[in-house]
Each structure stands twice: as C-alpha cells, then as structure tokens.
Design a protein around this ligand. Structure first.
Ligand code: DAT
Ligand code: MG
Length: 155
C-alpha cells in the first residue's frame, strides 16, 4: 500500500555553485512532491560525521566532509506518496556517469561527490534525517488545491 511519506533532500555545494538550485527544486515540484520544509543549512563536521557515518572508513571521507562544508546547502523536506523511493528514482545512482538518463544526476552532473543531491535511502533513514536537519516548527502541513491529484485516490 502506498503511504504518504516525508523524505530529506540536501542540495550540495556544487548545486549552489553551478546555479542549479532552482532547476533541481523545479524537478521535484513538477513530479508533484510537496515542499514541507526548506532552508539554508551550514553543515558542521559533527553533523557530517553523523550523517555520513556509513562512509567513515572510506578514504574519501575527509574530503567528502570538506566538500559539503564549502558553502551552505539547501535542506528540503518533500512529502508525497512513497516519496522516499520516488525521490531516489528521480535523483539517480550515486555515480552520475552510471545514472539512468532523465535522472537529475545523469542529466546535470558528471562526478562524485559533486552529484548535486543527497536523498534519504529508506523510510527509516528519512525519519532520522528529517529530524537531524529540521525542527518540528520548521515543517509545515498545508493544503494545496492539487493535492487531490497527487495524494490519496488521485481523482
Ligand atoms: P548516495 O548519495 O547515492 O546515497 P552514498 O550514501 O553511498 O550515496 O554516498 C554518499 C556520498 O558520498 C555520495 O553522494 C558521494 C560520496 N561518495 C560515494 N562514493 C564515493 C567515492 N567512491 N568517491 C568519492 N565520493 C564518494
Ligand atoms: Mg546515501
């Protein structure tokens, strides 16, 4: 059964530097995902050590953290039916050169770690990551007139 989920997205420093913030957000809007959280975040070494704990042993871990602190990142919380999986599909594989054409990473990027976006990879990770970056009062519940098409029965 499809369920309404929230998922966490970060637009990385390469998206900001390359003036792609609007383009990436536009793609999520076009899909019908609802923006329920949106802000600039200055990531710290501590936050990144927690966020990328699964990569702590990798040789590229220090440079990955440095990269993520080059500029503020944009934090987004996106809501929709099965939004965790939907967003991962739109974002594409980690290495943009292997990503399917039509995904954001394939269409707009060429390299790691500068693959433009972080997106939660499971409902459990999404719940943890939304809490990691957003306070309760930074999340918004509101109705859009298009909800009837993109949520629930779809009619
Ligand atoms: P994803 O971002 O697709 O969830 P991940 O969680 O495995 O991928 O890795 C997090 C980020 O770390 C990824 O977006 C880019 C960077 N990264 C992963 N593998 C890398 C590598 N071999 N060299 C450099 N950076 C890498
Ligand atoms: Mg990941």
């Amino acid at each position: 059964m499809a369920e309404i989920q929230k998922t966490l997205v970060l637009l990385k420093p390469d998206a900001l530097q390359r003036d792609l913030l609007g383009e990436v957000i536009r793609r999520f809007e076009l899909k019908g995902l609802k923006i329920v959280g949106l802000k600039l975040i200055r990531l710290t070494d501590e936050m990144l050590t927690e966020h990328y704990a699964h990569l702590a042993e990798k040789p590229f871990f220090p440079s990955l953290k440095q990269f993520m602190m080059q500029t503020p990142v944009v934090g987004l919380v996106l809501e929709g039916l099965d939004s965790v999986e939907s967003v991962r599909k739109i974002v594409g594989s980690t290495n943009p050169r292997n990503a399917d054409a039509g995904t954001i990473r394939a269409d707009l990027s060429m390299n790691v770690p500068s693959n433009l976006i972080h997106a939660s990879d499971s409902p459990e990770a999404a719940a943890t990551e939304v809490k990691r970056f957003f306070k309760d009062d930074e999340l918004f519940a509101y109705e859009k007139i298009t909800d009837r098409y993109q949520f629930g029965e779809g009619v």
